[in-house]
Each structure stands twice: as structure tokens, then as C-alpha cells.
Design a protein around this ligand. Structure first.
Ligand code: DQA
Length: 145
């Protein structure tokens, strides 16, 4: 099984960026955590981060027939991007949406998520653990196939 993990804008600055909200751990440590977890689950994974909407769309398009699941934290694009939603719908790969913070208890605009219209599950407010939970959901879904 192959899982693509996509992180959107400013998540490369984890550790530096608003640590009260996103924690003190870095993006590199998130990637390491994901890789260790995937190795335990016997899953191969690729982690991708970009600050550019079009690059994220390209990456999702490219996943077609190459990946069995997608974990995505579209970051700020969550709340604005019809293009990312449409790319996910186009490739139709089972997707779990993750947010490190609890987007529902922050500013009003963070409650809107376009990606939620496609993702079969949205995990919020669980920090980096949310990514591991998302991977487990995709692994279980794949077992049922
Ligand atoms: C985020 C929440 C978004 O509202 C914000 O723009 C982000 C990160 C999160 O992981 O909590 O960049 O997706």
C-alpha cells in the first residue's frame, strides 16, 4: 500500500510558526514520525509540502493510479481552494483531511473546508498524532478492499 501525505503552505515552518497553536516540533520531525509509523504498518509513503496551490494540484493529479490513499493538510488552502477539492475528486483516491489545530474553535473562516466535501474523514486538534490516525484509517480501509 502507498500513501501520499500532502502538507500545504507554511507547514514547512512548524516549530517556528505560532508554537502556541502548532507546537514546537519541526516539519522534519513530523515527516520522521510519519515515516516511522508507516514502516510499522508496512506501508510505503511519500511526504510532500508546498506553499503553492498549483504544485499541490499537480502532486494530487500525479497520484492517480500511483497511490492508494492521501492524507492532506491543505493548511490555509483548506478554506479557499476549489482547485484542490476538484483535483481530489478527479483522482478519486480515498482521502483523510488533517488539521493540527482545532479549526472549529478558532476564527470563523477556519470552519469552512472545501476539502471536507471529498475527504471521508476530517481529524482536527490532535497535533501530529492526527496524521498517524489518518494513516491508520487508510490502512484499515485498504484491508476491507
Ligand atoms: C491548519 C489550520 C489552518 O487554518 C491554517 O491555515 C494552517 C494550519 C492546521 O493544521 O491546524 O496553516 O491547517
Amino acid at each position: 500500500m502507498k500513501i501520499l501525505v500532502v502538507n500545504g503552505p507554511n507547514l514547512n515552518l512548524l516549530g517556528i510558526r505560532e508554537p502556541d497553536i502548532y507546537g514546537k516540533s519541526t516539519y522534519a520531525s513530523l515527516v520522521q514520525m510519519i515515516k516511522d509509523h508507516c514502516a510499522k504498518c508496512n506501508v510505503s509513503c511519500e511526504c510532500f509540502q508546498s506553499n503553492h496551490e498549483g504544485d499541490i494540484v499537480d502532486k494530487i493529479q500525479n497520484a492517480y493510479s500511483r497511490f492508494d490513499g492521501i492524507v492532506i493538510n491543505p493548511a490555509a488552502y483548506t478554506h479557499t481552494s476549489v482547485a484542490i477539492l476538484d483535483a481530489l475528486k478527479a483522482v478519486n483516491i480515498p482521502t483523510v483531511e488533517v488539521h493540527i489545530s482545532n479549526v472549529n474553535s478558532r476564527e470563523e473562516f477556519r470552519r469552512i473546508s472545501y476539502v471536507s466535501l471529498f475527504a471521508f474523514k476530517t481529524i482536527v486538534g490532535k497535533g501530529f498524532e492526527g496524521y498517524l490516525e489518518a494513516i491508520d484509517l487508510l490502512v484499515n480501509l485498504n484491508k476491507d478492499k
